[in-house]
Design a protein around this ligand. Sequence first.
Ligand code: AMP
Ligand code: TRP
Length: 336
Amino acid sequence: MTKKKMVSGITPSGTMTLGNYLGVVKQWVEFQNEYDMYIFIANLHAITMPQDKEKLRKNLKEVSTLYFACGMDANKSTIFLQSDVMEHAQLGWIMNTQSTMGELSRMTQFKDKSAKVESSGKESIPAGLFTYPTLMAADILMYDVDFVPVGVDQKQHIEIARDIAIRMNNKFGDLFTIPEALITKNNIKIMDLQDPTKKMSKSSTNPKAIITMLDKPEEIRSKIKAAVTDSENLIKYDFENKPGVTNLMNIYMILKGITKEQAEAHWNNKNYKDLKDDVAEAIVEMITPIQNRYNELYNSKEMEQWLEDGANKARKIAYKKLQKVQNNMGLNYKRK
Ligand code: AMP
Ligand code: TRP
């Protein structure tokens, strides 16, 4: 039986966070045995926000090394850098012509990020930030996938990719498989340690608010120790009223694979210091072998080869898909 397919990626706009790992990467690693996976580093999406070129280079190398260090396997999955498969940008352009200003204006990520650029007072809003979802639709529809495993914040982008696919299939014949979002593990979003009402984001300006996959054990312990909780000193799973405590519980629950009830029982009659100590140690235990592997891989020829092989494999599929789309849309000189 042929395996079902999945595609996903991370934008290298900063170092991979604990949120990325627990939110998606950990599940990708588990999905590899069952699914045919296309996993890429979304460097073309990164430049929809202003980037420093040296930082971008460093970030994308870190993110790619972390994919492998976290357990993504080039023998099982197709792993590549988005810009190495140029068909993504070309299909992205086509998607621009098949989507509307109205639907793109409704994207909450555009509203949030453009407000951020504007409030910085330094830059104007790049047009690419507005058309971000059309490139993402190209990334997704290129590989005829069944599922797109992402965090809950990306759901709206999958919806628009589906809408574009349905519209184009109706207009130009059967071009694309209609994909489904696979929102990872119980919809859990890992929150900012200093403001637990917003998501932990790699572009955060406060380093104390996020844990990156490259933080040292001492940094992790001190960040968890300083994480915002509340003054009740009662360990209870209640995001509404206790977002800080609930976020720490979520981290532990995912790492240990336990339920809310088991977590509450574990900390029955314990205090916030116990909670924070346990959470910090669980993160350190998970992260140490990943960082050891990261250090082995960072400058290795082996990894460069994996990414090149991944791009070659993806390109073959992407080339065919783009030819078919162009043909059906009347872009070829001769009809094939
Ligand atoms: P980004 O960091 O925005 O490029 O996101 C890459 C992937 O990680 C997406 O599928 C996000 O939904 C997911 N993700 C990012 N931050 C978090 C978070 N704090 N908690 C859970 N998932 C996240
Ligand atoms: N927009 C996604 C994010 O920031 C990254 C991404 C780009 C992606 N293209 C994709 C995810 C295609 C899944 C499928 O998280």
